[in-house]
Design a protein. Structure first.
Length: 175
């Protein structure tokens, strides 16, 4: 099995505080309850961050009860976003304490038959910059999948989606 991905995918790095359209401002940011608990129970988590984690989420609309949404603050900013536009959770505890959504965005995957397609959402300005300014950045390449690789944030079509959007039945063939 292998990944099929655009050239820019492996080179993508979040620019954090210098981003012109931060995904930490104005977006719905989803966390699972166990991800929140992981931060709260981290040995090095400060009392201030624990309190912020306990008060900064509300139930996500149209999602399962395990999924919560970050309650955005002033100017629709994530409450974990520091003055210099970096994530307080990542700064205090490390990237391994981010939710799956925060840790992988804008990266995503689609698995079809025996191929995993990696891509990045074009809502990210850094991705768009690479696509528009770097030659051959969108060329697809094959990358072998390392043994024991775990894929996160995998997109699949459920039966409800397939019934309301029959075009998704041809998704694998199109890819």
């Amino acid at each position: 099995m292998y990944y099929r991905q655009p050239r820019y995918f492996e080179e993508f790095k979040c620019v954090g505080g210098t981003c012109s359209n931060s995904c930490c401002v104005g977006w719905d940011i989803f966390w699972r309850k166990n991800e929140i608990d992981k931060v709260i129970n981290a040995p090095n988590c400060s009392a201030e961050l624990k309190e912020l984690m306990e008060t900064s989420f509300h139930p996500a609309k149209n999602r399962d009860e395990d999924m919560l949404t970050v309650t955005l603050g002033e100017k629709r900013r994530c409450p974990f976003l520091t003055e210099d536009n970096f994530c307080r959770i990542q700064r205090e505890l490390g990237a391994e304490y981010l939710s799956v959504v925060c840790g992988v965005y804008p990266r995503s995957h689609i698995i079809t038959k025996d191929v995993c397609y990696n891509y990045c959402y074009m809502s990210c300005p850094t991705v768009m910059h690479k696509l528009l300014n770097e030659d051959k950045s969108a060329d697809l390449i094959n990358v072998p999948i390392k043994e024991h690789t775990t894929l996160k944030n995998i997109f699949t079509f459920d039966d409800k989606t397939k019934s309301s959007h029959p075009e998704t039945n041809y998704h694998s063939e199109i890819l």
